[in-house]
Design a protein around this ligand. Sequence first.
Ligand code: EPU
Length: 344
Amino acid sequence: MEIKKNFDLKKYNTFGVEAKAGFFAEINSEQDLIELLNLPEFKENEKLFLGGGSNVLFTKDFDGIVILNKLKGIEIIKESEDFVLVKSMGGEWWKDLVNFAVERGYWGIENLSLVPGTVGATPVQNIGAYGVELKDTLEQVEAYEIKTVSKKIFTNKECEFGYRDSVFKNKLKGQYFISAVVLRLSKKESKNIRYKALQEYLDKNKIEIKNVKDISNAVAEIRRSKLPDPKVLGNAGSFFKNVFVDFKKLEELKKKFPDMPYFEEPADAKAMAGEVKIPAGWLIEKCDWKGKRVGNVGVHEKQALVLVNYGRATGEEIKNLSERIIDSVYQKFGLKLTPEINLI
Ligand code: EPU
């Protein structure tokens, strides 16, 4: 395994911003990882695990060691009449895992079609789209503890999933390298088309869901129509999380802003009990940011939650724009937006 010095990360983050890593290593096998974590010279170095770089913004150089997960392999490890357990190594692209399932007619992750990034990153923020979250199918996570260089299995419960949240973002932040995930997928039809934008798309195009591929295709179409392709325009998907408020706060807001949309679709039924989701995209749009460009950066014209790099932006510029947006939403609505992406 080669360890590179002073490594350019521009190609390793979908915002496409310039940043250097003090050191950089690619992990192609679990043996590589064990070797690297045992190297005495890196014991004290700060470590950053990277997959597709689609949920991170580098605002400065990273002095420590960036460790790129390239562990490959997808296999069925258990199967019954009703379900399969699929194990995927963390360095696989998430979209390839979705295709693996969709092609075989396994239900559960088709609503998460085209979510960018690698499998190993998905539990960290409990990826979610079109009414489905990773936590709905996740059986277990396999991860290496950095300190002891030993493998641990996390059950779904132990991952402490919430809306775009998990134990790996909180208590255990930076302490584990996710080597694999195991998903429980259904062989029996179990479609979820409750998400409003998905339902509307299916109705409008008169699409009748006959198989898992129909949902996957519909989701892919909606995403393509709204979300910019990072190969064309640097971005990291939703920059902010949606906002959850209780009914009391909702009533106050509705008095002042009667047209404010809200959704009762708690991502985590328990944690979010009694709360409704206010789309951050709407709040940003109402502050007149949608489609606005400021120098090298801007707010996407079709989805206000997405910040874009028009070509030469620095991470600092993108961060500054995000802070201006947070300020204006706070001034107008008294609601505090929080970034969904990981700021380095
Ligand atoms: N909206 C606006 N203006 C906008 C964008 C959204 O008014 O510019 C309002 C509309 O009322 C719309 C509602 O927001 O009906 C919901 O919009 P959308 O379905 O596009 O979803 P979202 O809440 O903006 C979330 C996820 C996306 C995911 C979609 C679809 C977060 C932070 N984002 O966005 O995830 O694809 O739902 O499920 O939860 C990502 O995480 O990178 C990401 C793209």
